[in-house]
Each structure stands twice: as structure tokens, then as C-alpha cells.
Design a protein around this ligand. Structure first.
Ligand SMILES: [Zn+2]
Length: 265
């Protein structure tokens, strides 16, 4: 699997150093993720194509750092086709039309094929792309080396789905993950199992906070993340909400307005 990382030049508080997009050269030159339309990204892409015609862009999910550049890519590389799993509420923002794909679909890419793996949780439309032969996974935002992944409940993030997606990818036994953020992950098994145990631990902490009588998400954040920097509180709150929604689905907590309670503590 010959995949060329192309930087999107969009550093920021959520994207870190900025996104990686991945070009798979060959008969069907394919880009994984669209970036945000920065001219330096488009220049880097043109240089890597080295005169070849970009055929398609496969978008992992409809967060802006992965999809917002679609119209700029379309303008710079006329005739290019876009594919993604539909998220009807968000996709129209990106100004191009997408051909719908879903989990299990096989997509030609470069001189080979990739299989789409539906991996919701971080986003409902999230797809990873699996190259069986080299056991390489294009991971989108499923995993980021050295840190955990944000589950934005306000944008249909879902922790239960995310945990199932981690198990789904672990079952593939990937040799490496090429992510949209950070370094290549060459020990996926360790990282993904670490995520699972981290979330289990977090769940116990949320339950302990509830047992101590902290019923609203802000109090739980205070309880778990003592001394957290002000600017990180909104993300910690989302993370706690994601845990609470999972526990609600598991039948272990219930909610009255802003207050959460354990069922049979
Ligand atoms: Zn994302």
C-alpha cells in the first residue's frame, strides 16, 4: 500500500498540528479526506499527483476539518468525484455532491481496493478504509496516537457506538493505522485496547461521582478532573455527557432535567 501523506495546513485547538489527508496514487488516484481548502494543501496534492488526474476524494466523516475543503478541491481538480457515507444534516454545507457509500462497500483506490468499515461514535457517518493485503487501516478520527478521541455528544457523537467501533477494528487486527491527526499508529492493538480500558475506568469515575451525590455534569467534571484548565472544561463536559448517555442506555442511570441519578446504586 503506497499512501502519501499530504498535510492540510489547518492547525488549531481541535485539529492539533492540522490534518493529514492521504493520497493513494495509481490507476485511480484517490484522496482520503478533503482538508479545509488551504492553497498549500492543494499545492501539495498537485505536486504529489505529479501530473496524474485526481479521480476521487473519499471523506471519512462530515466534520469540517475533513470535509470543508471539498469545493476547493473540486475547483482545482475538475471532474473529481466525492464519496462518503451520508449525513444529510451536514453534507450540504460542503458545496459538492457526494456519492453514497457505506460499511462493507469496496472502493477502487490507486491500483488496489479498499473496504469501507462503518465506525460511528466520533461521528455517526464515520468510515474507516481497510486495505486487507497490507492490513492497513485509514483511520480518520477513530484513533490519535498519544491521546484519546473526542466524542462530541452535541454533534451526534455516541460512546456506545464508539466502543463497538473500536471492537470492530480490533477484530480486523490491523498492522497499522494511518490517521487524520498525529503520527502513524504502528501498534493499533495496544492503543485501541488502551482506549477501551480508559473508557471503562472513566465510567467507574462517573459512577463514583454520582454515588457521592454529584448529579449534574459540571459537578461530575469538577469531581473527576480536579484543577482542569478553564478552556478544557467544555470538552471534559462533553466527555462526561457521553459517558452518562452510555450509562443511561445501559439502564444504569436516569436523568431528570439536568440531574443524573444512579438506578439501584
Ligand atoms: Zn472528526
Amino acid at each position: 500500500m503506497n499512501a502519501v501523506p499530504i498535510h492540510a495546513f489547518n492547525p488549531g485547538p481541535i485539529t492539533g498540528a492540522g490534518n493529514w489527508t492521504w493520497l493513494i496514487p495509481g490507476r485511480v488516484p484517490t484522496l482520503i479526506d478533503a482538508g479545509t481548502g488551504d492553497p498549500r494543501h492543494l499545492d501539495g496534492l498537485a505536486a504529489a499527483l505529479d501530473g496524474a488526474t485526481l479521480k476521487q476524494v473519499v471523506v471519512t466523516h462530515s466534520h469540517s476539518d475533513h470535509a470543508a475543503g471539498a469545493s476547493a478541491v473540486a475547483e482545482r481538480f475538475p471532474g473529481v468525484r466525492f464519496l462518503k457515507m451520508p449525513w444529510p444534516d451536514r453534507d450540504p454545507k460542503w458545496g459538492v455532491s457526494f456519492d453514497a457509500i457505506g460499511g462493507g462497500d469496496v472502493v477502487a483506490a490507486g491500483d488496489t481496493v479498499l473496504t469501507a468499515v462503518h465506525t460511528p461514535g466520533h461521528a455517526p457517518d464515520h468510515l474507516c478504509f481497510w486495505h486487507e493485503e497490507s492490513r492497513t487501516l485509514f483511520g480518520g478520527d477513530l484513533a490519535v496516537k498519544g491521546t484519546t478521541v473526542w466524542i462530541p455528544t452535541s454533534l451526534q457523537g455516541d460512546l456506545t457506538d464508539y466502543l463497538t467501533s473500536l471492537e470492530r477494528v480490533l477484530a480486523l487486527a490491523p498492522a497499522r493505522i494511518l490517521p487524520a491527526h498525529g503520527d502513524v499508529i504502528d501498534n493499533p492493538d495496544t492503543l485501541l485496547r488502551g482506549y477501551l480500558s480508559h473508557r471503562r475506568e472513566r465510567e467507574q469515575q462517573v459512577l463514583a461521582a454520582l454515588r457521592d451525590g454529584n448529579g449534574n455534569p459540571d459537578a461530575i467534571v469538577e469531581h473527576i478532573y480536579r484543577g482542569l484548565k478553564e478552556r478544557l472544561i467544555p470538552m471534559a463536559r462533553e466527555s462526561v455527557l457521553a459517558q452518562l448517555q452510555k450509562l443511561e442506555r445501559d439502564g444504569r442511570v436516569r436523568r431528570d432535567d439536568e440531574a443524573w441519578h444512579m438506578i439501584d446504586p
